[in-house]
Ligand binder design. Structure first.
Ligand SMILES: Cc1ncc(COP(=O)(O)O)c(C=O)c1O
Length: 469
């Protein structure tokens, strides 16, 4: 019911941008909100098209982070908007508890055709966190049904990020995010950072990989294989700073999991739907067929929320029995398989196919990665330049020999300064502490990649001059 004590907001063409910013400040709590008394200065983006976004002053930016690693087919796709409108007019909603719908059935079949091995059963969710939550809850359910209630520990990794619901946050390993929020530590163990950048001087990549694999095996043995339920891992760790584990790592982890009857959950929320040049990266890039894959983001290219947990037939077959008819996986969402989201996802997949975007990513990635690494070579302030496919990270290293506290403050400044310097030049990046990461829409052309890295080049020059002078 309308609250008549409050003024009714005017239609959007009657309100000023200052009013919008003011209302945002007063009434919207953004993700990862800080409680600083000063209001953060959120930019107001009003239009978007292709790889660009336009703010309230009409200034155009390259969307470096691709929204939030999600706008894979680019902005302004009217064909997706039309598919959503058509579906909403024909059937806006029906309960997934009781009914099937054409778009969700067609989408599930199409996803199953692209997943590795026997991962053929799709559980639709509302985003990445709920996909991870569903995967973890399914593993608990699976072991309960199998009569192994003790097999419940999840092994996750430092710097991993799997979402913001309680369970997904509990397996996320970014220390800063846990500082003021509770997570459940009783059933989660964390492996140390796999980032090759921090390996001891002189250590080979192969030795680093073997050390990381040994840590996983040791942890399983330490907890007891009969108590470890699953290992959860992003193929490359995205929000933790685009950490690309050493070659052979994912395969080695899967072999260890198989040896100890531990399930492998591959969190492809970022890597799925083309970021590394394939629908899914687990098998095509890293040679593994996990037991469960989670995805979201690129599934709809951010046009509307949707995620999925995709299960192996083997797992389901193991727990399907006649006398289990009353055993229920009591997990689900009002909007599981939402027909409008499914229609958007189907059109998104059409675009990826019709425009050969997976091939395009494979074609332009080497150039993207070469330009990225050249910045690492060129500037003293860049400690590491790393990435894969169309995702990259520049890690600042302002004063590598200074004391920890001082270095941390300076590093924070690097992320912030890079953000400001790039934005000034028409490029949005995502600052994460001492890093700046980017994952542009997959439609980015070779020339636009050059434009993006030319801007970064200029921006780093400015930041380096300021910070290292
Ligand atoms: C690997 C990974 N998993 C899960 C999530 C959570 O997804 P969402 O924000 O859609 O809940 C994210 C979000 O960035 C992610 O990067």
């Amino acid at each position: 019911m309308t609250d008549r004590t409050k003024p009714t907001p005017a239609l959007s063409n009657e309100i000023t941008t200052d009013e919008i910013k003011d209302w945002d400040n007063k009434h919207v709590m953004h993700p990862w909100a800080t409680l600083s008394p000063e209001n953060p200065d959120f930019g107001l983006i009003q239009r978007s098209s292709g790889i660009h976004m336009v703010d309230d002053n009409g200034k155009r930016y390259i969307d470096g982070p691709g929204g939030m690693w999600c706008v894979n087919v680019g902005h302004g796709r009217t064909e997706i908007a039309e598919a959503m409108a058509k579906q909403a007019s024909q059937l806006n909603y029906v309960s997934p508890w009781t009914s099937a719908t054409e778009p969700s059935a067609v989408l599930a079949r199409r996803i199953a055709a692209e997943t590795p091995g026997d991962l053929n059963t799709v559980f639709f969710t509302t985003g990445g966190s709920s996909a991870v939550d569903t995967a973890l809850r399914f593993v608990q359910f699976y072991n309960n049904v199998k009569g192994r209630p003790e097999k419940k520990t999840f092994i996750a990794r430092e710097k991993g990020y799997h979402g913001s619901t309680y369970l997904a946050a509990s397996v996320s390993g970014k220390e800063r995010d846990r500082k003021f929020l509770d997570t459940n530590r009783d059933f989660v163990r964390f492996l140390p950072n796999v980032n090759p950048y921090i390996r001891p001087d002189g250590m080979s990549m192969d030795d680093w990989r073997d050390e990381k694999l040994a840590e996983l095996e040791e942890m399983i043995k330490d907890v007891g294989a009969d108590k470890v339920a699953a290992f959860i891992a992003e193929p490359i760790l995205a929000s933790g700073g685009v950490i690309v584990p050493p070659e052979g790592y994912q395969k080695g982890c899967l072999e260890i999991c198989r040896k100890y009857d531990v399930l492998y959950i591959s969190d492809e929320v970022v890597t799925g739907f083309g970021r590394l040049g394939h629908w899914f990266a687990s098998e095509k890039v890293f040679g593994i067929t996990p037991d469960i894959i989670t995805c979201a983001k690129g599934l709809t290219s951010g046009y509307v929320p949707m995620g999925a947990a995709i299960f192996s037939d083997r797992l389901l077959d193991e727990i399907k029995h006649d006398d289990h008819a009353d055993i229920m996986f009591s997990n689900g969402y009002t909007y599981s398989g939402h027909p409008v989201s499914a229609a958007a996802a189907l059109k998104n997949m059409d675009i990826i196919e019709d425009e050969n975007l997976l091939e395009h990513v494979r074609e332009v990635s080497p150039h993207f990665q070469a330009r990225l690494r050249a910045l690492g070579e060129k500037y003293r302030i860049i400690g590491d330049a790393r990435g894969m496919g169309l995702v990259g990270c520049l890690e600042g290293s302002a004063l590598p020999d200074s004391p920890e506290k001082e270095r941390r403050d300076i590093d924070y400044e690097f992320g912030h300064k890079m953000d400001v310097a790039a934005e000034k030049r028409g490029l949005l990046v995502r600052p994460i502490i001492n890093m700046c990461v980017f994952s542009p829409p997959l439609i980015i052309s070779r020339d636009e990649i050059d434009e993006m890295f030319d801007i970064l080049d200029d921006a780093i020059a400015e930041v380096e001059a300021e910070m290292l002078s």
